[in-house]
Design a protein around this ligand. Structure first.
Ligand code: EPZ
Length: 421
């Protein structure tokens, strides 16, 4: 893994047009779902980012054949033989736990190393395990591995204590081949869940209700391959919109589903940005110093936790004092210390950050700790008075396709310094 750094010139007013890539958080479950189909499934609009490349490794490790040219991926699962994901692969990307459901449904057994926590939280899997057990899966957990097996999956009624995105996706994928009907209550409602339902139904599954808190799944005997285009990445789109306001710019973000990003549009408007929606494009114009406001992250359709770091960076130069509450993850303020190094005035009390707006940020040396914290620091560097060196760009490479190209097109001046470890 490279530990590259960015050298970013400050005070770059972003202007122009940027096209959002396909959604990372839709592509990962869609790739896992192809395990359920007989034959070759084609996914188009898949972003070429490291999390996707890692998921390809996971599928190849299981014996699948994967072709990925430009943004089109063909996955052939007819040679699926393995059913174990080793620790090294799991550590690289915890979303590989999304193979649990489809592997149990297809093969009747799977063994994954329990995905470690990450910078933002412990990332428990109790809801995944609770749902699988209710479907008739035997789960053994030892030596850091989760071993799951089932002779037959039977439909069940499952209530989630928290609307977990991953658990909802895993149970949907396990239940589509179960005998009988499964009802998931308190399901996550994210657009990525709806995208997964759409692919599963193209494969012959009978799933309805995704996007609401109750999802009905009628088990079928088998699923066939299909073709599917991934929805746009709402978190990438939101990142660009915040960047436009932070740099006092004027940017058109294309390939957006505005409804998927409505909380961010609402908050940017509340703070004084001028936002015009035109079909699948959103034009974001800075108009006067951004006004402070309060943000609370919630499960969809609330304000997305994945845009909390980026929005918090914007609030560091807003007029007045803002309060940001992070209700989803227990440790998602790693970007705060780095922003304080850039001259921001922030205090954190548990899951709440109090931000007193400063006139500007100062360029300095900062380090990304995780994907979205890295994105927040990237935006802060573009807005800062002087230049900034941003270490550990590998975190950002996980979730943003062609970031340098996209931002150079918008007028940013930045270099990537390759550092071989
Ligand atoms: C998905 O993670 C996303 N990742 C995350 O995006 C996103 O932040 C998160 O959903 C919330 O929207 C992918 O889709 C690949 P959760 P996931 O299960 O599924 C608790 C990014 O930056 N929980 O909805 O792991 C958990 O602790 C990443 O792109 C349990 O208690 O998130 C957390 O507090 C970061 N028990 C809350 O639910 C469980 O069994 C939400 O987690 C599962 C989760």
């Amino acid at each position: 893994m490279t530990m590259d750094r960015y050298v970013i010139t400050g005070k770059q007013r972003l202007q122009g047009v940027v096209k959002t890539s396909g959604s990372k958080n839709a592509s990962l479950p869609l790739m896992a779902a192809t395990i359920l189909a007989e034959g070759q499934t084609v996914l188009t609009g898949v972003p070429r980012i490291n999390d996707i490349l890692n998921m390809i490794e996971v599928l190849k490790n299981l014996g699948c054949k994967v072709k990925f040219e430009r943004n089109e991926m063909t996955i052939d699962t007819s040679t699926l033989v393995e059913n174990t994901i080793d620790e090294e692969l799991m550590r690289k990307m915890r979303a590989s736990n999304l193979i649990l459901g489809p592997m149990i449904a297809k093969n009747g057994r799977v063994k994954i190393s329990r995905p470690g926590g990450c910078a933002i939280g412990t990332r428990p899997m109790d809801q995944h395990i609770k749902g699988l057990k209710l479907l008739g899966v035997t789960i053994k957990e030892k030596h850091g591995y989760i071993e799951a097996s089932a002779d037959k999956l039977r439909g069940a009624e499952i209530y989630f204590d928290v609307p977990s995105v991953g658990a909802t996706e895993n149970i949907m994928m396990a239940a589509v081949l179960a005998e009988g009907t499964t009802i998931i209550r308190n399901a996550a409602k994210e657009p990525e869940i709806v995208d997964l339902q759409n692919l599963l139904n193209k494969m012959g599954a009978k799933v309805r209700g995704a996007g609401t808190h109750v999802i009905h799944i009628e088990g079928v005997k088998s699923l066939h391959s299909a073709e599917h285009t991934v929805i746009p990445d709402r978190i990438e789109a939101g990142t660009h919109m915040i960047a436009a306001v932070m740099t006092e710019g004027d940017v058109v973000v294309e390939n957006v589903v505005p409804e998927h990003i409505s909380p961010v549009i609402a908050k940017l408007r509340q703070g004084g940005a001028d936002i015009k929606i035109d079909g699948d494009s959103v034009r974001v114009k800075h108009q006067g110093r951004f006004k402070s406001l309060d943000v609370k992250t919630l499960a969809y359709p609330g304000f997305p936790t994945d845009l909390q770091p980026q929005f918090l960076a914007l609030l560091t130069i807003a007029e007045g004092t803002s309060i940001v509450s992070e209700t989803i993850f227990e440790n998602r303020f790693q970007h705060v210390a780095e922003l304080v190094r850039m001259g921001a005035n922030i205090t954190v009390e548990g899951r709440t950050a109090i931000i007193r707006g400063a006139p500007n940020l100062e360029g300095t040396f900062v380090e990304a700790t995780d994907l979205r914290a890295g994105a927040a620091l990237f935006l802060a560097a573009l807005a800062a008075e002087e230049g900034t060196v941003l270490e550990r760009v590998d975190h950002i490479d996980r979730g943003y396709e062609n970031l340098e190209e996209k931002y150079r097109t918008l007028g940013a001046k930045l270099q990537r310094v390759v550092k071989r470890d």
